[in-house]
Design a protein around this ligand. Structure first.
Ligand SMILES: [Zn+2]
Length: 349
């Protein structure tokens, strides 16, 4: 990415952004006249599947990252080139950022988080993920809960004392019941478009054989919340449940609530939205209907940290997180056009 942009005459800055193994790629291109900054933000990492080399066949680009999201990122680069080569930006700047550590579980969003924290952020952001049917205006936050309940001692046959041991399964059942009760309460907190809050247990494991007292139980699940609920509140609520179970005699709890991403809400009164929709009208013939964000992406992170609007809009690509990624080349051209035009109408204002 650095090489492509440098060879093309752009000045490329590399920012560690807490990940010196693969510093982020940053290009600032200015019209030379004061205005707003639009940011194109793409992640460079792909999911860790067998590498599929790139090829173009019958108008489709195939290969690792074609849809998620090197295709969309390449379209953003093309928009940057066009804006420069045609001197099409009356005022303002384009900030192009490409970064690593997006795809879980290998990445945790740390690099875009650090970039944004360090002030490398625009006044409005476009994220070229593979979504184009709607304008995502909201999405739920997500945290993964992982709990291990232990007792002292060794696994023990039920009839030689096992039955008298502190019962990790009983403690686990109590914990599950508390999460089920919490989920019932959370169901009341909902948004007509983006869904309801939830606490969900998806895995629970304990025991080796039917007549032995186990020493360990593990449980994992998710907690999702809607905009308006604070992460600190989610954490406190979770913590008080864990603390109640931790009172049980003879058992210990180790746990982790890993916040993957905060809830997302797009400020629909922000000028970026109208400008973007006018571009959709011009390019696609109509503005996009508003809808939920089907996946959590870097837009959640950028808007939480910097308080700027982030629109997820990319090519109609298929096969993300599979070996069959593909994207129509025509779609990449369309996205490049939408990005360049959005910069042209947003930045000078
Ligand atoms: Zn992606």
């Amino acid at each position: 990415m650095d090489e492509i942009l440098s060879d093309d005459g752009f000045t490329v800055e590399r920012h560690d952004a807490d990940w010196p193994d693969a510093p982020a790629v940053v290009v600032r291109w200015s019209s030379g006249r004061p205005g707003k900054t639009i940011q194109f933000a793409g992640h460079l990492d792909t999911v860790h599947l067998t590498f599929v080399p790139p090829r173009v066949e019958s108008g489709l680009l195939y290969g690792s990252g074609a849809s998620d999201m090197k295709g969309g990122t390449a379209a953003a680069v093309e928009a940057l080139r066009v804006l420069r080569d045609l001197n099409a930006l009356q005022a303002g700047d384009v900030l192009f950022t490409a970064f690593d550590l997006h795809e879980a579980p290998w990445g945790d969003g740390a690099q875009i988080t650090a970039l944004t924290r360090d002030g490398i952020v625009g006044d409005g952001v476009l994220i070229p993920e593979y979504h184009m049917q709607s304008l995502p205006v909201g999405g739920r936050g997500l945290a993964i809960m992982e709990v291990t309940i232990n007792r002292d001692g060794e696994p023990m046959h039920e009839v030689v004392g096992g039955i008298e041991q502190p019962n990790v399964i009983a403690a686990g059942v109590e914990l599950v019941q508390k999460f089920l009760q919490l989920d019932k309460e959370l169901a009341e907190i909902s948004d007509p478009m983006i869904g309801r809050e939830s606490a969900f247990v998806g895995q629970i494991h304990s025991g080796e054989i039917f007549n032995q007292s186990p020493t360990e139980l593990t449980l994992s699940g998710t907690r999702r919340w809607i905009p308006g609920t604070k992460i600190e509140f989610v954490e406190q609520q979770y913590r008080s449940i864990i603390n109640e179970i931790a009172q049980t005699d003879g058992i210990q709890i180790e746990d982790n609530l890993m916040v993957v991403v905060d809830a997302f809400e797009l400020d629909q009164s922000h000028p970026l939205i109208d400008k973007f929709q006018s571009v959709c009208q011009a390019v696609m013939g109509k503005p996009l209907p508003v809808g939920p964000k089907p996946f959590a992406d870097d837009g959640n992170r950028i808007s939480t940290i910097a308080g700027v609007p982030a629109i997820t809009h990319g090519p109609d690509a298929k096969g993300a997180h599979t070996l069959e990624e593909s994207v129509p080349v025509k779609e990449l051209q369309r996205v490049a056009l939408v990005y360049a035009l959005t910069a042209m109408v947003f930045c000078p204002d």
